[in-house]
Design a protein around this ligand. Structure first.
Ligand SMILES: Nc1ncnc2c1ncn2[C@@H]1O[C@H](COP(=O)(O)OP(=O)(O)O)[C@@H](O)[C@H]1O
Ligand SMILES: [Mg+2]
Length: 211
């Protein structure tokens, strides 16, 4: 079992702590913050019936894993394992619960840069705009289902496939109880385009060029 006090924490969101993998530099470990969990693995602060649904504290892992498997399934014949979402490598036991091991998405500088970071630092250019268009187009084509996608969860890289690209690392997978987005590519595409408009509305680059 890994002890988190021996790991380097590199980031955190509202739900998860993100650690460096102890031996593989191209991977990270995602751990659900224990303060959000009940001792029996439910989600703290939610009604009993809801808190334990869909593997409780692990339900985000579940959604992401199912989405990753679904993409591997639909690209089975092509032996494709890399998609516009972070690659999932598996699980690891830690003293803070099960950790999800995924690829580490790095920008050309070696830092992790999200759309939010690029915007905040004034670094978003037409190079990124082209990659972002391609990201949303690919997500539609491949039927990638978005749960709750925000601008801090879309990361930029050029090393992953030797080209500028964005990769989704958070909010991956179906979250509707009746899985309309997984069931219908048309419904899913409509949702992705809606998210795309919302994300772009938060990027000054588009406001400047859309006149
Ligand atoms: N695969 C990844 N590669 C690089 N950085 C990541 C990766 N996944 C997450 N991060 C960084 O950690 C932050 C928090 O991770 P995230 O999965 O979004 O957790 P939360 O669900 O708590 O928001 C992200 O906004 C991002 O900056
Ligand atoms: Mg996040």
């Amino acid at each position: 079992m890994l002890f988190t006090h021996n790991l380097k924490k590199i980031d955190a969101g509202t739900q998860k702590d993100i650690y460096e993998h102890p031996s593989e530099t191209d991977k990270i470990i995602k751990i659900m913050k224990s303060e959000h969990a009940t001792p029996d693995g439910g989600r703290a602060g939610q009604h009993k019936l809801r808190a334990h649904r869909s593997q409780g504290i692990y339900r985000q892992f579940r959604r992401e894993l199912l989405q990753y498997l679904q993409l591997c399934k639909s690209h089975y014949g092509a032996l494709k394992f890399t998609f516009p979402i972070e690659t999932v490598y598996g699980f690891v036991a830690t003293d803070q619960g099960l950790g999800l091991v995924t690829e580490r998405v790095n920008s050309p500088s070696g830092r992790a840069f999200s759309v939010y970071d690029l915007v905040k630092e004034g670094l978003f250019t037409d190079r990124h705009a082209a990659a972002l268009d391609q990201f949303f187009d690919e997500c539609c084509d491949m039927h990638v289902v978005f749960g709750e996608v925000n601008i801090a969860g879309i990361m930029y890289t050029e090393q992953r496939q030797e080209k500028p690209e964005f990769v989704l690392v958070d909010g991956i997978g179906e979250k509707l109880i009746i899985p309309f987005r997984s069931m219908s590519k048309t419904i899913n595409t409509r949702n992705i385009r809606k998210v795309e408009r919302h994300i772009k509305s938060q990027i000054p680059f588009y406001q400047a060029t859309d006149v």
